[in-house]
Ligand binder design. Structure first.
Ligand SMILES: O=C(O)[C@H](O)[C@@H](O)[C@H](O)[C@H](O)COP(=O)(O)O
Length: 347
């Protein structure tokens, strides 16, 4: 443990799915965390891992040595509420870190507001989800470089480390922060901007796998008999679609030596091994905002992102937001051709 690591103390607000595990990882690395969450149980759990619990935000600030560092790991909707309580308690030279999935535009506004109190604001896009405690967290960091430097032992403790991936050819010597799993991306907003695009890509990758696997799943379409009044046109050559692929095994196979292996595919394989029919899922795919923000940024930049937007719109469809459009089309079809809607599914 380095001397710097031993000295760093961190206030931590928000002990949810990710926050608690992040605190555990930092405590294990010798970083003292003073934690607060409205759930007493979460605070108790954090103390069992060596953290110091605070009874309130005021108590948390009082328990920290100056200059204070307070990391927020909160749903985006409550960040401003907590900042309103926290910032008046802080002093010049203190730092607030937002590790949630905030929009980078919000970071710019918040950084300016905190700056008026001479409090530094750092935005950190954190990837790794519920697996982060074990695998480490990939961190994309924006804000004043001074604050980044001060917090570097915390970023290093949370990061997966250089061994998480084979070193890229022609990189040698002391691994760079990026190779360890954290990166200073630039001034305020930069961290969440990079995380926003990361999530835009996440949507695209997920949709690509999902669509491909659906083509495999329906490769037995020629086996289904279609009646004259079926919903869709008959297959011209049903003999071409007579396959029942073991999708779970195909996914498992692609994890080994194929071009499209990835952690997303690894996770898919685990789900498929449990139940390849995915009966436990209705297929409603939520979106928390970052896919939308990526599309908005691309429009402002005049950059085409057809794959990412198609994936985003696919999520809207899954949420049922295509219903009225479909009703309009069905009404038109009925109006011009007298066509009745079929009540059954695939015919
Ligand atoms: O990198 C990550 O760990 C994920 O990207 C994560 O941060 C993501 O934001 C949420 O798990 C869900 O996001 P959506 O609701 O937008 O799918």
């Amino acid at each position: 443990m380095s001397a710097d690591k031993a000295r760093l103390q961190l206030g931590f607000i928000g002990l949810g799915r990710m926050g608690l595990n992040m605190v555990r990882r930092m405590q294990e690395a010798g970083i003292d965390c003073v934690v607060f969450d409205t759930h007493v149980e979460a605070r108790r759990e954090a103390t069992s891992h060596g953290a110091t619990a605070a009874e309130s935000i005021q108590d948390l600030v009082a328990k920290l040595d100056a200059p204070r560092n307070v990391w927020l790991m909160l749903p985006t909707a409550v960040v401003d509420v907590v900042l309103d309580q926290l910032v008046p308690l802080l002093h010049a030279g203190d730092t607030v870190i937002d590790g949630g999935n905030s929009h980078y535009v919000e970071d710019l506004r918040r950084a300016e507001a905190l700056n008026r109190h001479q409090v530094m604001y750092v935005d950190v896009g954190v990837s790794g989800g519920v697996w982060g405690r074990e695998r480490g967290y990939c961190q994309m960091i924006g804000g004043p470089e001074l604050a980044y430097k001060r917090l570097e032992p915390a970023f290093a403790a949370l990061a997966p480390g250089v061994d998480a991936a084979p070193r890229s050819e022609s990189r040698s010597g002391e691994p760079s922060p990026a190779e360890k799993g954290y990166l200073y991306c630039g001034l305020n907003g930069a961290g969440h901007f990079v995380k926003m695009v990361h999530n835009g890509i996440e949507y695209g990758l997920m949709a690509a796998y999902a669509e491909g696997l659906n083509v495999l799943k329906n490769a037995n379409a020629g086996k289904q008999t279609r009646t004259a009044d079926a919903e869709t046109a008959p297959l011209e050559r049903p003999e071409l679609y007579q396959y029942d692929f073991p999708i779970g095994d195909v996914v498992e196979l692609w994890r080994r030596g194929s071009v499209i292996g990835s952690w997303l595919l690894d996770l898919t394989a685990v789900e498929m091994a449990r139940d390849a029919s995915l009966k436990g899922y209705t297929g409603r795919v939520s979106d928390s905002g970052e896919g939308r923000w990526t599309a908005q940024a691309a429009i402002d930049e005049g950059v085409p992102v057809p794959v990412l937007t198609a994936a985003l719109f696919g999520r809207f469809t899954s949420q049922g937001n295509d219903l009225y459009a479909n009703q309009v089309m069905s009404a038109m079809r009925h109006a011009f051709g007298g066509h009745q809607e079929k009540t059954e599914g695939k015919g």
